[in-house]
Design a protein. Structure first.
Length: 358
């Protein structure tokens, strides 16, 4: 299916070349670079000059249609130094809280009897003008919310990856605010159906909180963590077809809302829920996330979201720190060190129980 897309550049190779010779050419070429560009695409044409070529076309030739898109990530670096930063060490920087932001999220805070909900976004440095390709929504009632990450490989075909994620997000918001839908699968299905005319693809995580119950659906590598007593007690599972190729909704795409993982969990007073796109979870480990939340536990919820996003941003700009993304790249056969530059979206939720008077 030539309509699906892959994570970045696309070069048509001669059919007379064998898979083994292409693989050797790719490995020789990649080792000669000091920094190798990785992109998360949808499903377009596999390229000899993309890490996705060897992973999807060589290792799994019968698993995917030719058009699945990979992520449009920043850069992969062949490892030259063996010096590592401890994975649980928060990254410090002189970075000032002055991220250019075009999306008016700073006032988008909700307060209910049991919930305080606040977002924070930092676009990729090269996507600041349009506000990045991540989108999110928080319902007017504050109990339904979602994060979405437009898959960047569509840019190679002239499609703005933000178009689909924005349509998906906005239609999910309409489902919650105007149709009063709350079930995360139903909300996401509505958003997906209403976005069918938009070309592109996106990961998605939608959450609904009612009374003490947490409900969620996750498609791809966005997700959530629930923190209680400075421990992660519940979290979503990353969905990947193969390295750097997440499950994704879209038109065209291989995944649908029914492919998403669904979750239910009972909340307790004081629980903190962190939702985020892969720009967050690819760049900081759970230990760092817990440390940031703990250090800022007495601050406003939006300030906690900001601090988390900034920590992920610092890591994304580092060429040496260990990150979940670099660790996963290594497992997939790539020598990679440092963070992955990407859009970063965070939603923080604090849950408070209402105790009945005796």
């Amino acid at each position: 299916d030539p309509s699906l897309s892959h994570k970045q550049s696309s070069i048509v190779t001669s059919p007379s070349l064998s898979l083994s010779s292409l693989s050797q050419s790719f490995l020789s070429w990649s080792r000669s670079l000091s920094r190798l560009s990785i992109v998360r695409s949808s499903f377009a044409f596999p390229s000899l000059f993309s890490p996705s070529f060897s992973l999807t076309s060589l290792k799994f030739p019968s698993l995917f249609p030719i058009s699945l898109q990979m992520r449009s990530q920043s850069t992969m670096t062949p490892t030259i130094t063996t010096k590592k930063t401890r994975k649980d060490t928060p990254i410090t920087s002189s970075f000032v809280h002055q991220q250019p932001v075009l999306v008016d999220f700073r006032d988008d805070v909700r307060h209910t009897a049991t919930l305080t909900v606040a977002p924070w976004q930092i676009p990729h440095d090269m996507k600041k003008k349009k506000g990045g390709e991540d989108t999110y929504f928080i319902s007017a009632e504050g109990n339904v919310m979602g994060v979405f990450d437009g898959v960047g490989g569509w840019a190679d075909t002239g499609v703005d990856p933000r178009d689909y994620s924005l349509s998906l997000s906005e239609n999910c918001r309409i489902a919650a605010d105007e149709l009063y839908l709350t079930n995360p699968h139903t909300v996401l299905k509505y958003g997906y159906d209403k976005s069918i005319s938009i070309t592109g693809s996106s990961t998605a995580c939608v959450v609904y909180i009612t009374n003490k119950e947490f409900h969620a659906i996750n498609v791809g590598d966005s997700g959530f963590r629930i923190i209680r007593d400075n421990k992660i007690v519940y979290s979503s599972r990353e969905q990947q077809h193969t390295f750097n190729m997440p499950f994704q909704l879209g038109n065209p795409a291989c995944d649908v809302p029914d492919n998403g993982d669904q979750y239910t969990f009972s909340l307790m007073d004081g629980d903190v829920i962190i939702m985020g796109t892969d720009g967050l979870f690819d760049n900081i480990y759970s230990e760092t996330l817990l440390s940031v939340v703990k250090q800022n536990e007495n601050k406003r919820v939006q300030e906690i979201a900001e601090r988390i996003a900034i920590e992920a941003y610092h890591a994304s700009k580092s060429g040496t720190v260990n990150t979940p993304f670099s660790e996963n790249a290594s497992r997939a056969g790539f020598e990679f060190e440092g963070g992955k530059e990407d859009d970063i979206t965070v939603i923080v939720v604090k849950y408070k129980e209402i105790y009945a008077k005796m």
